[in-house]
Design a protein. Structure first.
Length: 209
């Protein structure tokens, strides 16, 4: 099974509690998603490779560590995933950003892909797929399918809130994809929403209904 890591740092838990509240404004919601994504980034990026580099301090020459320049790509699932991009980019500004757009077919309730725009060398990059919610897992699975079809193999999935059903579905479909979440919630309700969750992340980010 793919590894699941719940990043439950006190600052993240605190900000997530505010994010969940019905009375949190669109502006505050957007800022919190950005902040939580950045705080999660420290753990998500923990295994970035390092290399030795010779530098000179005011005292002496010394060999120290720097990032090994591994190519990264952040791929939000549209539209809510966009809210998490800047938080991660603030830590790794040189990362490229791809986009995967999906909507839910009202008849089948299955996700349908309508846009895939990725860096050309996506097969050579460490990829972070981001979406605030991992509910049924349908969109996440389709996004990873899409990336693998284009040669990508090094993929991590990052979300704020997840349901056990979605985690299980993604792990079964893609056991090689590590999942990072700030909260593993109780369950999905009959409408496919996470309980207690935070409602529709896209609507709350962009002020739509």
């Amino acid at each position: 099974m793919g590894k699941l890591e719940v990043i439950n740092h006190p600052l993240i838990q605190h900000k997530l509690s505010i994010l969940r509240r019905t009375d949190t404004s669109t502006k505050a919601f957007r800022e919190l998603v950005d902040e939580i994504a950045m705080l999660m980034g420290y753990e998500v990026l923990r295994d970035l490779p390092l290399e030795d580099v010779e530098i000179e301090t005011p005292i002496t020459k010394t060999v120290q560590k720097q990032l090994a320049g591994k190519k990264l790509a952040i791929v939000p699932i549209l539209r809510a995933g966009i809210g998490m991009v800047d938080g991660l980019l603030s830590l790794v500004p040189a990362a490229k950003v791809g986009h995967i757009g999906m909507y839910r077919d009202e008849e089948t309730l299955q996700p349908v892909e309508y846009l895939v725009k990725l860096p050309e060398d996506i097969d050579q990059r460490q990829i972070f797929v981001v979406d605030p919610m991992l509910a049924t897992g349908g969109s996440a699975i389709l996004a990873v399918d899409s990336l693998k079809k284009r040669g990508a193999s090094n993929i991590k999935f990052v979300c704020l809130v997840s349901a056990p059903e979605g985690v299980k579905a993604l792990q079964e479909a893609h056991p090689d994809v590590e999942i990072f979440t700030a909260a593993l919630d109780e369950r999905l309700n009959e409408h496919g929403y996470i309980v207690p969750g935070l409602g529709d992340a896209g609507d709350r980010l962009f002020g739509t209904k």
